[in-house]
Ligand binder design. Structure first.
Ligand SMILES: [Zn+2]
Ligand SMILES: [Zn+2]
Length: 215
C-alpha cells in the first residue's frame, strides 16, 4: 500500500493556510465596517418620523377611531404650563419620558439617555384634534457650552410614546377608559444603561418638568 502522500509541499500548504487566514481577516473587516455603518444610531432629531408614525397609527391601526381629524405639529418652545384660559379652550398636556440618543454639534460625541422628555399639548375641538409636540434637548457633558441638542429616537420609541399619548387622548377627550392603560406613569419602554442623569445638562430639568425618578 502506498504511503499517504501530502498533495503539496509544506511550504505550499502554509502559504495556502495563511492566504485563507488573510481572507478571513478581510471578511472580518468588511463585517466590522458594515456593523459600524449600518447599525442605526438615531442621533438626529427627525420630525417626519414622528409625523409618519402618527399618521400610520391613526390610519392603519385606527388608534383614535372616533371619526375626528387629528394632526401633529411641533413647537420647540412650549412649556408644560396650561393657563386657565387654555384649559377652558380644552388644552391638556402629557409629558412622556423616553429613551433617545444625542449628538454634540461641536465635538460630535454621542450619548444616550433614558430620561428624555417629550411634551405633548393636545385638544379636541369640534371634529379637529390637535397635538403639539416638543422634544427637550440635552447639552454635551464634554463641551459644557449650554447648547442643547435635540434627541434622536428609534422608531420603537416613537411608537411607544405615541401609543401612550393616544391612550391619554382616549381617556381625556373621549372619556374612553383604557384597558391597556395599566400603569399610569410614563415610564421608559426600554431599560438600558445610561450614565447618571445630570440636571444641569438637561433642558427639561432646568425647566423643572423632567421625568420622575423611577425608584
Ligand atoms: Zn461636545
Ligand atoms: Zn432631566
Amino acid at each position: 500500500q502506498a504511503p499517504f502522500l501530502f498533495p503539496c509541499t509544506y511550504r505550499e500548504f502554509f502559504f495556502f493556510f495563511f492566504f485563507l487566514l488573510q481572507q478571513c481577516g478581510v471578511l472580518l473587516s468588511v463585517f466590522i465596517y458594515l456593523f459600524i455603518h449600518f447599525i442605526p444610531i438615531h442621533a438626529d432629531w427627525v420630525a417626519t418620523l414622528w409625523r409618519d408614525t402618527f399618521e400610520e397609527l391613526l390610519n392603519d391601526d385606527n388608534e383614535l377611531d372616533y371619526g375626528d381629524q387629528w394632526t401633529l405639529n411641533f413647537n420647540y418652545s412650549q412649556t408644560a404650563a396650561v393657563t386657565k384660559e387654555e384649559r377652558k379652550r380644552g388644552w391638556k398636556v402629557y409629558s412622556h419620558c423616553a429613551y433617545a440618543t444625542f449628538q454634540c454639534g461641536s465635538c460630535s460625541k454621542n450619548w444616550s439617555s433614558a430620561r428624555v422628555v417629550v411634551l405633548f399639548r393636545y385638544r379636541l375641538r369640534g371634529e379637529r384634534g390637535t397635538v403639539i409636540m416638543r422634544p427637550f434637548g440635552q447639552a454635551c457633558r464634554r463641551c459644557q457650552d449650554n447648547e442643547f441638542y435635540l434627541p434622536g429616537f428609534a422608531e420603537k420609541e416613537v411608537k411607544h410614546a405615541l401609543l401612550r399619548l393616544f391612550s391619554k387622548v382616549r381617556k381625556n377627550c373621549y372619556n374612553d377608559e383604557d384597558d391597556h392603560d395599566d400603569n399610569g406613569s410614563s415610564t421608559c419602554s426600554t431599560k438600558k444603561y445610561t450614565k447618571p442623569h445630570e440636571a444641569s445638562l438637561c433642558q427639561a430639568c432646568i425647566m423643572g418638568i423632567c421625568c420622575q425618578d423611577e425608584d
